[in-house]
Design a protein around this ligand. Structure first.
Ligand code: ADP
Length: 344
């Protein structure tokens, strides 16, 4: 088939499915190629606004020499934190209209999940990720409307590791409900997030090692009361940095490492199943299959908006993981393009 025909076919299919879907969006972000690593770069072509992406198989064998994907948007390697936030901001703001908003970062370890959600450093405002920007924006909005609506904002921060939920803002060990902390400014939040990050490091031999194998969830709950009518509106925002999605070779790991890998697999596929069921408006949504989906149960589905950042590592040796990440995203978004996806 000629490329243009396939692309047209994909667009038509995509638009059809898009109309059926609920409030689920997928943004793909390609991490910059980090130079000086003695690696080769995968050939990835994309059109940002259209969300189209073509990945070339470095081995160039078989019939899948190229794979075609389509998402709501693709952010290339030179996109800035600010640009990414601009396209996320309207979604986040809908929490003040009473929506539950969930934002996930999915991808293999090293693909830029933490960069997108938090940024490389808490101290560099220019590089702040989605979570700090979101809270900053939220406080601006709540303060500018304080004559009409009184807002209360509460924050929770948990880590899910080996199917156990740990409160990062209190020392109470495994818990049924995470502690809620009232915040009034971005500085309050920064302080809490610092505490959370420190607690996350406790007990981990190397922070990066462990944080890539646990999910972290920052939850923001807002209650707004209209000063004239006394009517109340509640919304929530969950910002989720997921564990690395890379598959572990079972023959190479044993013991704790194998257990971790199995827990991660289980929870990521449970998340995929839940979002898939929601995107397809299935009557049964399987929330009970993992701690992650249980924690987020009230925030996925119903009056909820979901955004998934699928993070791509551009190194050629990550090609297999890249395709598996993109397929996961394609499946959860409810837009599986099937045969039309790949072309010669
Ligand atoms: P993950 O959370 O998926 O394991 P990280 O966010 O830690 O990945 O990113 C891996 C490395 O790549 C880090 O050094 C990070 O600073 C860098 N990085 C990721 N995304 C970007 C980006 N968009 N621009 C610049 N550097 C990035």
């Amino acid at each position: 088939k000629n490329y243009q025909v396939v692309v047209e076919e994909n667009r038509r299919l995509y638009n059809e499915v898009q109309e059926l879907k609920g409030n689920i969006r997928v943004y793909c972000r390609i991490r910059p190629f980090l130079k000086g690593q003695n690696k080769k770069e995968t050939s990835i072509e994309y059109t940002g606004e259209n969300g189209e992406l073509v990945v070339a198989n470095p081995l160039k064998q078989g019939k899948d020499t190229h794979r075609f994907f389509k998402f709501n948007k693709v952010f290339g390697p030179s996109s800035t934190q600010e640009e990414v936030f601009l396209d996320t901001q309207p979604l986040i703001r809908s929490l003040l209209d009473g929506y539950n908003v969930c934002i996930f970062a999915y991808g293999q370890t090293g693909s830029g999940k933490t960069y997108t959600m938090s940024g490389p450093s808490i101290n560099s405002e220019e590089h702040w990720g989605v979570n700090y920007r979101a809270l900053n924006d939220l406080f601006h909005l709540t303060q500018s409307s304080q004559n009409t609506v009184m807002y209360e904002v509460g924050v929770q921060m948990v880590e899910i590791y080996n199917e156990q939920v740990r409160d990062l803002l209190s020392d109470d060990g495994p818990i049924p409900d995470a502690s809620m902390h009232c915040v009034r400014s971005t500085d309050d939040v920064l302080e809490l997030m610092n505490i959370g990050l420190m607690n996350r490091a406790v007990g981990a031999t190397a922070l990066n090692e462990k944080s890539s194998r646990s999910h972290s969830v920052l939850s923001v709950h807002v209650r707004g009361v209209d000063v004239k009518t006394d009517s109340e509106l509640r919304g929530s925002l969950h910002l989720v940095d997921l564990a690395g999605s890379e598959r572990i070779d079972r023959s190479e790991v044993t013991g704790d490492r194998l257990k971790e890998a199995q827990h991660i697999n289980k929870s990521l596929s449970a998340l995929g199943d839940v979002i898939f069921a929601l995107a397809h408006k299935n009557p049964h949504v399987p929330y009970r299959n993992s701690k992650l989906t249980q924690v987020l149960q009230n925030s996925l589905g119903g009056q909820a908006k979901t955004l998934m950042f699928v993070q791509i590592n551009p190194d050629e040796d990550s090609y297999a993981e890249t395709v598996s990440t993109l397929k996961f995203a394609e499946r959860v978004s409810g837009v599986e393009l099937g045969a039309a996806r790949s072309y010669k």
